[in-house]
Design a protein. Structure first.
Length: 394
C-alpha cells in the first residue's frame, strides 16, 4: 500500500504539532511496510534515511497563513506528484486543498481521501469566553485567515472528495460534528477519533535516564503567539515569585512575541523579579530533556486540539498545569496528569503554580496513569488504527 501525507510542516521545518504528528506517523507506517510519500512546504536538503519514505519539499511564498499559500501556490505541482506516485490513500492536514479539483478535472482522482482535523477553534469562540479574546490579538493574521477561508469555499470544497475524517481528539470531533459550518457534510462521512502518536519507549527511557529534577522549576514550551498565554504566564510568575523566591521559570520557543517577552523579562528584573530564563527555540530532543528535568510544565494555551507537549510531559514524569479548556479537560483532567485553572485569572494561576510545586501526590497520580497513556498514544497503536482505516477505504 502507498500512502501520501500532504502537510505544510515536516522536518526540519517544524514550528508546531502538525509537523511532529506527520513525522511520527510516517516513521510508524514505514515500519509496517507502508510506502509513504510526503509533500511538504519549504525548501530543504533534509535527507531521511528510510527507503520507504520519499519527501517532496515545495517552495512557498513567505506570506501568512503559510498553509493557505502552500496549497494555492503549489496546487498544480501537488496534483502532478499525485499522478506520478499513484498513492492508494491521500491524507490531508488542511481543509483547503485545491489540487483535488485539478485531479478531478483531469480524471485522475483515484485515491481514497482522508481528512485530518487537528482542531476546531471556531465553535469555541462562541462557547468559551477565553477564546473570544484569542481572535482579537493577532488581527492581521486572523483577518487573512478568515478571508482566505471564505475564498476557499468558492475555489474548492475539499469535503466533496473526502471519504473519511480523522479527528485528533474526542472534543474536536464533538464540536466539528455539532457546531462546525460543515457539520452536515461531515456527518455524511466516516468519522473516527485517532490521537497523535508518540515514541513512548523513547520517552520512557529518557524519564529513567533523568534521575534528578530541578526543584521548584517551571517550564513553558510553545510558539510565542498570543493565544499560547505567555502574557498571563509572566504576570502570574511575578506574583508567585514574590511568595517563593526559590522558584524559577524556563521559557522555550520563538515567534512574533519574542521581543515583547524579552522586554517584559528585562522589566521584571529591574523590578527585582529574577529566576526567569529565556532559552529560545530548542530542538525536540533538547526540549524533552529540559521537560524531564523540570518540576512542572506550565501550559496556559487558550486553545489546543491534541497537544503532544502535555502527553510527552506526563510520560517524562513531569506534571502539567494547563489552562482550563476542552483540550485540558480531555487530556489533563481525565488522564490525571496535572491541574487545570483559568490562567487568565493570574492570581489563581500564581496560586496554582505554588501549590503544584509542593504537591507530592501529583507524581503518584501520573505514575498510576502511565500505563493507560502509553497505550493511548503509543505510535504503534496509532499506526494500527490508521492502517485499519486505510484498509477499510481501499
Amino acid at each position: 500500500m502507498k500512502v501520501m501525507l500532504i502537510t505544510f510542516e515536516y522536518p526540519p521545518n517544524i514550528s508546531g504539532g502538525i509537523g511532529s504528528f506527520n513525522y511520527e506517523l510516517a516513521k510508524g507506517l514505514s515500519r509496517n511496510n507502508i510506502d509513504v510519500t510526503i509533500v511538504a512546504g519549504g525548501s530543504s536538503d533534509f535527507i531521511l534515511k528510510d527507503r520507504r519514505i520519499k519527501v517532496y519539499f515545495l517552495k512557498t511564498p513567505m506570506l501568512k497563513p503559510r498553509e493557505f499559500y502552500f496549497q494555492i501556490y503549489n496546487a498544480k505541482r501537488i496534483a502532478d506528484i499525485v499522478e506520478k506516485e499513484k498513492p492508494n490513500v491521500i491524507q490531508l492536514n488542511s481543509s483547503f486543498n485545491p489540487f483535488l479539483k485539478i485531479l478531478k478535472r483531469r480524471g485522475s482522482l483515484n485515491s481514497a481521501i482522508v481528512q485530518v482535523f487537528h482542531g476546531s477553534p471556531g465553535p469555541f469562540s462562541r462557547l468559551y469566553e477565553d477564546l473570544r479574546n484569542l481572535f482579537m490579538y493577532d488581527v492581521i493574521w486572523t483577518l487573512a485567515l478568515h478571508i482566505h477561508a471564505h475564498l476557499g469555499k468558492y475555489i474548492v470544497d475539499s469535503l466533496e472528495y473526502v471519504d473519511a475524517v480523522v479527528h485528533v481528539a474526542k472534543h474536536v470531533m464533538y464540536y466539528n460534528l455539532k457546531y462546525s459550518e460543515v457539520s452536515e457534510k461531515l456527518r455524511e462521512k466516516i468519522n473516527v477519533v485517532i490521537h497523535p502518536g508518540i515514541e513512548t519507549d523513547y520517552l520512557e527511557q529518557l524519564r529513567r535516564d533523568t534521575s534528578l529534577k530541578r526543584l521548584k522549576s517551571l517550564i513553558f514550551g510553545a510558539r510565542l503567539v498570543p493565544y499560547k498565554g505567555v502574557k498571563y504566564l509572566l504576570e502570574a510568575f511575578k506574583l508567585a515569585w514574590k511568595e517563593d523566591k526559590e522558584i524559577s521559570l524556563h521559557i522555550c520557543g520563538d515567534g512574533p512575541l519574542r521581543l515583547q517577552v524579552l522586554r517584559v523579562i528585562k522589566s521584571m528584573q529591574h523590578q527585582g523579579v529574577f529566576n526567569i530564563y529565556y532559552h529560545g527555540k530548542l530542538d525536540r530532543e533538547a526540549f524533552l530533556k529540559a521537560v524531564a528535568r523540570s518540576h512542572v510544565l506550565v501550559h496556559p494555551s487558550l486553545y489546543e486540539g491534541a497537544s503532544l507537549t502535555l502527553i510527552e510531559s506526563s510520560l517524562l514524569g513531569t506534571p502539567v498545569l494547563a489552562h482550563k479548556a476542552p483540550y485540558s479537560e480531555e487530556f489533563v483532567e481525565k488522564l490525571n496528569i496535572g491541574v487545570t485553572v483559568n490562567t487568565r485569572d493570574v492570581e489563581k494561576f500564581a496560586s496554582a503554580m505554588i501549590s503544584m510545586l509542593y504537591e507530592e501526590e501529583l507524581m503518584h497520580k501520573i505514575a498510576r496513569s502511565l500505563k493507560r497513556i502509553r497505550k493511548l498514544f503509543n505510535i504503534n497503536e496509532v499506526v494500527r488504527k490508521y492502517m485499519e482505516l486505510y484498509r477499510r477505504l481501499v
